[in-house]
Design a protein around this ligand. Structure first.
Ligand code: KIV
Length: 287
């Protein structure tokens, strides 16, 4: 957004919760998408490991590596100067020792220049959240549907539907808050459960498929733009058909190349008269 260029901080996000100002978060995976997302006024950019599916063509986020995350985080932070950039910690990058986990998180900040990391999981990730926070690495939690555990969960399903599961989510959110997380993503959680969690913790909740009661919302860039994304979950709202536009533009290009409409005279360069004479001989151009 034109005007305010002061970088957004975790304190700003906390204040937005207190002021009941919704937080707009969006994924981005490269320089141009980060720039466009920031210009639109997004508060938080997530370099999501969803890049494995929407950019790299895997069928889940499981194959995404630290190198993939670093490569894309570096591109995003070159494009976003004001938005608060959070980088996802990929599968198994925070399940070894706490020291290894903190080192991986630190790389996303030191080399990728992210402002924070996001970690999937509840109570089991509390020690990592605590150590990262102590080391000055802000952590965003992520509970509910945690895509890195898709094979264990048996698919992309709504979480926290019954009382026991809802209670577990509430306890996990509180545990993450207590461990020092500055915010928590709630993915595919019934609206009523997400609203209860939001009212029960002091840190912002960011919903994706978790209803309007959260402190903020996040969606995947490619889903919002209908840009060749593989899944179409119920919670996605598509605001443009970029995939359709690209398809039409590419088809038109191919057709114009095939029927020699492209390049047209306005797209070509010309050599000097002298060069043409030397190349083709005297009579060229006079017929
Ligand atoms: O990887 C991602 O894009 C995410 C969001 C769906 C929250 O984790």
């Amino acid at each position: 957004m034109a005007g305010n260029t002061t970088p957004i901080t975790t304190a700003d996000l906390r204040k937005k919760k207190a002021d009941r100002e919704p937080i707009a978060m969006m994924t981005a995976y490269d320089y141009p998408s980060a720039k466009l997302v920031e210009e639109a006024g997004v508060d938080v950019i997530l370099v999501g490991d969803s890049l494995g599916m929407v950019v790299l063509g895997y069928d889940s986020t499981v194959p995404v590596t630290m190198d993939d995350m670093l490569h894309h985080t570096k591109a995003v932070t070159r494009g976003a100067k004001r938005a608060f950039v959070v980088a996802d910690m990929p599968f198994l990058s925070y399940h070894g020792t706490v020291e290894e986990s903190v080192k991986n998180a630190g790389r996303l900040m030191q080399e990728g220049l992210a402002k924070a990391v996001k970690i999937e999981g509840g109570k089991e990730v509390v020690p990592v959240v605590q150590r990262c926070t102590q080391a000055g690495i802000p952590v965003m939690g992520h509970i509910g549907l945690t895509p890195q555990s898709v094979h264990q969960m048996g698919g992309y399903k709504v979480q926290g539907r019954d009382v026991a599961a809802a209670q577990r989510l509430l306890e996990e959110a509180k545990a993450l808050e207590e461990a020092g997380a500055f915010a928590v993503v709630l993915e595919c959680v019934p609206e009523e459960v997400a609203a209860k969690i939001t009212d029960s913790i002091s840190i912002p909740t960011i919903g994706i498929g978790a209803g309007a009661g959260c402190d903020g919302q996040v969606l995947v860039f490619h889903d919002v733009l209908s840009y060749a994304s593989q899944l179409k979950p119920k919670f996605v709202k598509s605001y443009a058909d970029i995939g359709g536009m690209i398809h039409a533009a590419m088809s038109a290009y191919v057709a114009e190349v095939k029927n020699r409409q492209f390049p047209a005279p306005e797209h070509v360069f010309h050599a000097s008269e002298e060069t043409i004479k030397q190349l083709y001989g005297e009579g060229v151009g006079q017929s």
